[in-house]
Design a protein around this ligand. Structure first.
Ligand code: 5GP
Ligand code: MG
Length: 175
């Protein structure tokens, strides 16, 4: 059982809001005169996606992809499977993948490969957090909110065993 008393705050809601604003500015600048298709990787990125799109005064479309990976609960096991695929046609679209965290990189590189096969006009990645110390697969990150240390983080969409996604700040689990 994990308790909130075992968390220390890592990124406050104010810092998150500033990063979301900055990322939205970068995305608006790059997608002027376009209508991107934003694809949120469920479940972790839904809170970030919800805040980000409300800062994007661009015509845009949304979709979601849901994956599962087998193995230890706090890591991706390296074997990723699509549980719910993207329904929106991808061909010719400017696709922007929205992630909560890039850790080993296995999950998001699987998503990028899956989408690339559907022939988008362009394909980019926006992640709220990046944990580069754990990378096993190189991942091109176009928009990055925060670089985080090698600690397990929760809140703002990120869970431990499906809990704590509703916390408005991001916390690190104490070792
Ligand atoms: P990757 O495939 O890059 O190793 O891991 C991606 C997935 O592992 C994330 O989408 C997330 O579900 C989970 N994950 C990796 N690191 C963390 C972390 O520090 N906190 C939480 N809550 N999930 C993590
Ligand atoms: Mg995720």
């Amino acid at each position: 059982m994990v308790f909130q008393s075992q968390f220390t705050i890592l990124i406050s809601r104010d810092e998150i809001a500033k990063a979301v604003d900055r990322l939205a500015c970068e995305i608006k600048r790059d997608y002027q005169d376009k209508q991107p298709l934003l694809i949120s990787v469920l479940k972790g990125s839904f809170v970030f996606m919800a805040d980000l799109i409300r800062q994007l005064d661009l015509p845009l479309d949304l979709d979601f992809i849901r994956l599962s990976s087998y193995g230890a609960a706090r890591e991706s096991a390296g074997k990723v499977r699509v549980v719910q695929g993207v329904k929106t046609p991808i061909k010719g679209r400017d696709v922007l993948v929205i992630e909560d965290i890039v850790d080993t990189g296995i999950t998001v590189s699987f998503v990028l490969d899956y989408l690339k096969k559907k022939h988008p006009a362009s394909l980019k990645l926006c992640t709220l957090t990046d944990k580069p110390s754990r990378r096993r697969v190189p991942v091109p990150i176009d928009y990055r909110g925060f670089t985080v240390p090698n600690r397990f983080i929760v809140g703002y969409g990120l869970d431990i065993d499906q809990r704590f996604r509703n916390l408005p700040d991001i916390y690190a689990l104490e070792d």
